[in-house]
Design a protein around this ligand. Structure first.
Ligand SMILES: C[S@@+](CC[C@H](N)C(=O)[O-])C[C@H]1O[C@@H](n2cnc3c(N)ncnc32)[C@H](O)[C@@H]1O
Length: 237
């Protein structure tokens, strides 16, 4: 019987499980309106969380839209970009935006959304690109840094803290990206949504354990969907 289980072959292609029926959808963040392809509900595979727009992106984008002057002329890297709703918004104000994700499937729709915006006459984008970046991967990080040796002014993350095992790796990546510019010259802005107390604490502990200081941005604690969210600004100590 054991042998039979080991030899069990499932004759289904993995594409059978992937919903890529993306819909062009309009989002409004303050005075900013943008269109993107995304799903409206998640695929069953939780590696595919990036196929839709999350509440943390709504929180972060509303904050960025209200404070767009702080983005003017910056070079930005976004972690866990998903369909790219935050990076695309930033590209209206920043000098350069590099969106990243670890999922090949998510990178496909991210690149499609870049093409959609690159071809739009209404919103000529600044330099907007996508690259693969798995948190904790020094190879992928180094490949990016070969292309951007001067690093970035700003690191962004929207709703990227939901899986405990990835949090130490996320903060390792954040710390190394912050260190390229050095203290006071780069910061990480995180749109955080609270789903479990254990994660709330873990985020703060991991940041501190990596030598980072976390400040809640005044006035940003609010309800998004039916969850509490907040914007954190994280810097080298
Ligand atoms: C909940 S989604 C948020 C997507 C988007 N930022 C938003 O708010 O709409 C989390 C994103 O992080 C990416 N992600 C998850 N774990 C990752 C990891 N270890 N390395 C890189 N990206 C990761 C997922 O592929 C997904 O796109």
């Amino acid at each position: 019987m054991e042998g039979e289980e080991e030899d069990d072959i499932v004759c289904l292609d993995e594409s059978f499980f992937i919903n890529d029926n993306y819909q062009l959808t309009t989002f409004t963040f303050g005075s900013q309106v943008l269109e993107l392809y995304c799903l409206h509900s998640a695929s069953t595979d939780f590696d595919l969380t990036g196929q839709l727009v999350w509440p943390g992106a709504v929180l972060l984008n509303e904050y960025l839209s209200k404070n767009a002057e702080m983005l003017q002329g910056l070079s930005v890297i976004e972690l866990g970009s998903g369909v790219g709703v935050t990076g695309v918004l930033c590209s209206r104000f920043c000098k350069k935006v590099l969106m990243t994700d670890h999922s090949d499937e998510v990178l496909k729709i991210l690149k499609k959304n870049i093409d959609l915006h690159a071809s739009s006459e209404n919103f000529p984008c600044s330099d907007l690109e996508a690259e693969k970046l798995e948190w904790g991967s020094s190879d992928q990080r180094n490949e990016i840094l070969q292309r951007y040796p001067e690093g970035f002014d700003l690191i962004l993350g929207a709703d990227i803290c939901f899986q405990q095992s990835s949090i130490p790796l996320l903060f390792d990546t954040v710390k190394r990206l912050l260190q390229i510019r050095g203290k006071g010259r780069c910061r990480f802005i995180l749109g955080y949504v609270s789903r479990a107390k254990v994660m709330d604490q873990m985020v703060l502990n991991e940041a501190q354990g990596h030598g980072l200081s976390t400040k809640e941005v005044c006035g940003t604690r609010s309800v998004v969907g039916n969850l509490e969210g907040v914007i954190y600004e994280i810097t080298l100590q």
